[in-house]
Design a binder for this molecule. Structure first.
Ligand code: FE
Ligand code: CA
Length: 542
């Protein structure tokens, strides 16, 4: 009986042949191999090692929680005594991790406890899905391995489905290029009073990180040379997550709030589309890289079992409910999209970008979204996703260009989604967006070419945590963009994050900015606030 090669064999073969040749020869088979010999698939897996043999603190990457449901929230950690070394200083064996959930931060009253295996096949990550917790409640959690105890995380379950909660406060973040600056915005976000944080993609970047951490310009330490290359292999991506996860500000944010994550492009490669890479490698070759990147993503995020990749495929789009107040349809606009029109970049829209056959979501996800809206009873239908939804012209008058990587390059897809929302009776659509490294506020127009057309919802675009370095309140194209896009209500080019407060009557967005990220410790302030009324979409200054 033939079987696909084991992951260790893949690595050995890659080392033997050299990366390029290996990928060319065995791409498709190697992609399939990521699905084999994993714990829980019935295959034999690694022997157990006694956790007491771990002689250095394995909790260097912090803890995280995510995807809250009414009685459950995912608890995550990953054992890595030496996070910057291949293998992370762990034996090639599974290790028992104990976990506890408590009603109080001193763990006097436990709500649940258990054991789980940290498998070497998953880089010694653990994803606990405790059940039987109370809805809409704060909990504290921690892990033990041998004599080591993790930092304490705080989390919160979702309200019961039928609950008529009065208010929900979330944050949205995106784009955290480590090499562009400090995660100061996360330090402030950790202090906010929030129910949940949405990460809208570019959690890591594939680009090289220099010994001084790029723009962080470390003077007190040197990063190993293995970070100073683009991530391609599973080991590359795992190590890159270790670098990011070792950041104390990112750890503080995860320890303070549950996260609901989705990816954009850089978790794999800049501006990839489905199985098409930036430089148009053979798809079979690129899918090996995508499989490695998706695998490392799942290992490092507080995601549930249904989101675990199967080779180069992963079901990341999913629906989460917060009582009767909000339904969140979290999209994946990378895995199923048509290739960017006109070879990507900014272009005058035309026959190619307007092709009705183009899709940003894929047909299955589009149907799932619109069906979900039809069944929604929520006051607010929120769409956390990656790329700018509203039209964004780069010049006034004729001859303007649009970004072919955003919804503007997939006009038919956007029209179908907006028509679907209208036919489903979605009155209160709120789109949450990342990717562009600036804050924007938009009224979503039924027809962007007609400023007088109906406002179909509002879009809050959050700026980057770090990508783009310090930035400026008004970038050079600020006046042009504001004039060319009358539905654009706000534009700010600093780093930061967004908070959105939903109640029965209003959706309010507060645009938070930090003045610098290339030096640590900048304060945070609110650059602008907007509200949209339920039943009457349209942003007004708050
Ligand atoms: Fe980005
Ligand atoms: Ca992006």
């Amino acid at each position: 009986m033939s079987h696909a090669p084991h992951e260790q064999e893949i690595r050995a073969a890659a080392a033997h042949f050299g990366r390029r040749r290996f990928l060319t020869v065995t791409g498709a088979a190697a992609a399939l191999a990521f699905a084999t010999n994993l714990p829980g698939t019935g295959a034999a897996y690694a022997a157990e090692a006694d956790a007491r043999t771990i002689t250095e603190n394995p909790f260097t990457l912090g803890v995280a929680s995510g995807d809250p449901q009414p009685g459950s929230v995912v608890l995550w950690t990953r054992l890595a005594p030496r996070p910057y070394e291949p293998g992370n200083g762990m034996p090639n064996a599974r290790v028992t991790v104990r976990w506890e959930v408590a009603y109080d931060e001193h763990f006097k009253r436990l709500a649940g406890r258990g054991r789980a295996d940290a498998h070497p096949e998953f880089n010694h990550s653990v994803h606990i899905e405790p059940t039987g917790l109370a809805p809409d409640r704060v909990y504290y959690y921690r892990f033990r391995a041998g004599s080591w105890i993790s930092p304490v995380g705080r989390t919160r379950t979702a309200p019961a489905r039928a609950a008529r909660i009065s208010e929900l406060k979330l944050a949205a973040v995106s784009c955290q290029a480590y090499h562009d600056g400090y995660f100061t915005a996360y330090r402030h976000l950790a202090q906010e009073d929030l129910d949940v944080v949405f990460h809208l993609g570019d959690y890591l970047y594939e680009y090289p990180v220099s010994a001084v951490g790029g723009a962080r310009n470390y003077t007190d330490r040197k990063l190993p040379a293995l970070f100073n290359r683009e991530t391609v292999t599973l080991e590359d991506y795992r190590l890159r997550y270790a670098l990011y996860k070792s950041d104390p500000d990112l750890q503080a944010a995860h320890a303070a709030h549950p996260f609901i994550v989705t990816w954009d492009d850089h978790e794999v490669e800049n501006n990839y589309a489905s199985d098409i890479s930036e430089d148009n490698l053979p798809p079979a070759e690129f899918l090996v890289r995508r499989a490695a990147a998706y695998r490392a993503y799942w290992e490092n995020q507080p995601l549930r079992r249904p989101q675990r990749p199967n080779g180069p495929d992963a079901r990341l789009y999913r629906r989460l409910q917060y009582g009767q107040l909000a339904q969140f349809d979290i999209l994946d606009t990378r895995q199923y999209r048509s290739d960017q029109a006109y070879g990507d970049g900014w272009h005058v829209p035309g026959a190619e970008s307007e092709d009705p056959g183009r899709t940003l979501t894929g047909a299955t996800q589009e149907r799932w979204l619109i069906d979900g809206w039809r069944q929604s009873t929520a006051r607010w239908n929120v769409l956390p996703q990656q790329v700018t939804f509203s039209e964004r012209r780069n010049a006034t008058g004729a001859g303007y260009q649009l970004s072919m990587d955003a919804w503007d390059g997939y006009a038919a897809s956007r029209r179908r989604v907006l028509a679907g929302a209208e036919s489903a009776g979605v009155d209160n659509l709120v789109v949450l967006t990342g990717d562009v490294h600036v804050h924007y506020a938009f009224d979503i127009k039924k027809d962007f070419k007609d400023p007088g057309s109906r406002t179909a919802g509002v879009e809050f675009v959050t700026t980057s945590i770090a990508s783009g370095k310090d930035g400026a309140d008004k970038p050079a194209n600020w006046a042009t963009y504001m004039a060319a896009n009358p539905h654009m209500k706000f534009y700010n080019g600093r780093r930061g994050y967004l908070t959105v407060t939903l109640d029965r009557d209003t959706a309010r967005g507060d645009y938070r900015t930090v003045s610098a990220v290339t030096s640590p410790g900048a304060p945070v302030h609110t650059a602008a606030s907007f509200v949209s009324e339920a039943g009457h979409p349209g942003l007004k200054p708050a």
